[in-house]
Design a protein around this ligand. Structure first.
Ligand code: YH5
Length: 277
């Protein structure tokens, strides 16, 4: 998969297989519902579907490996039987990534950037699959308590560069790495805005494709009079538009249909030449 060939960001649809999903209100705990939801997102034009069995929203607690596997494996198996769409597995556990890839997943999306387990780097190298390395300050349970930076852009850039170096050193291929600033992962509204205004710089300075996950996140509520998670579509689309104009490689979203439609329209306007004078 070439993460930069497209003239618009690839759209990665979010499929939560967790009881406490912030924005799906527990609708997809049932693997059958998660499978149906994934197939709906594929029908809506998702380029990739991202399957997650452990919530990493602020304040959430970890789940054990066996529980996470029992949530995600049936969903991956069923999607793979019915579609060839690339599947990404959203997990910090190398054992979960390994089994997910073995049964047909294609991409490892790791919000810990291969720091969660001592074996993560070696497993990533062995798997030989595309990887997302994301920035997070702290851990999901406590990361929003008091996020602090001297210079958020520089610190995120330095962190990603050091994780890229660690991955390359361990044997992960250069072509398999994507990076993500980790919107909402140990960041204030101001931190998130600074990162969102400089996604293009992050992509240029790392020289790796950038993935952005901002869909329905708290910062949108903060900018819109505490709008609840089920009322953040406009803000989510605005952030995808920002990613589009900064030529970002991939966006991770809940609302695939609306995102794909917006990108088609933005692209059509962009492709239309300007009239002289
Ligand atoms: C991400 O950004 N995020 S899971 C809280 C929300 C809304 C959404 C309160 N996995 C990312 O989606 N992987 C997650 O509102 C991710 N980048 C990558 N690569 C958290 C999430 C969310 C949390």
């Amino acid at each position: 998969m070439n993460f930069r060939s497209s003239d618009r960001p690839l759209v990665c649809g979010i499929v939560n297989v967790t009881p406490d999903s912030f924005s799906d209100g527990g609708r997809y705990v049932d693997p059958d519902l998660a499978i149906k939801h994934a197939l709906t997102l594929i029908g809506q034009g998702a380029d990739i579907v991202d399957i997650g069995g452990e919530s990493t929203r602020p304040g959430s607690l970890p789940v054990c490996k066996a529980e996470e596997l029992s949530r995600v494996l049936p969903v991956i198996t069923a999607i793979r039987q019915q579609s060839e769409v690339p599947i990404s597995i959203d997990t910090m556990k190398p054992q979960v990534a390994e089994q997910a890839i073995a049964i047909g997943a294609d991409i490892w999306n790791d919000v810990s950037a291969l720091r969660h387990d001592t074996t993560s780097l070696n497993v990533a190298a062995e798997l030989g699959c595309p990887m997302v390395l994301m920035h997070m300050q702290g851990e999901p349970k406590t990361m929003q308590n008091a996020p602090a930076y001297k210079d958020v852009f520089c610190e995120v850039l330095d962190f990603l560069q050091s994780r890229i170096d660690a991955a390359l050193q361990a044997g992960v291929a250069k072509k398999n790495i994507l990076v993500d600033p980790g919107i909402g992962f140990g960041k204030t509204l101001q931190d998130n805005l600074e990162l969102l205004a400089n996604l293009d710089k992050l992509q240029q300075q790392t020289d790796f494709p950038v993935m952005l996950g901002a869909s329905r996140k708290r910062m949108i509520g903060e900018l819109d009079f505490s709008a609840p998670t089920d009322d953040r579509l406009g803000g989510s689309l605005a952030l995808v538009a920002a990613a589009y104009y900064q030529e970002i490689a991939m966006v991770r979203v809940h609302d695939v249909r609306e995102t794909v439609q917006m990108l088609r329209v933005l692209k059509a306007v962009d492709s239309q030449g300007k009239t002289d004078e």
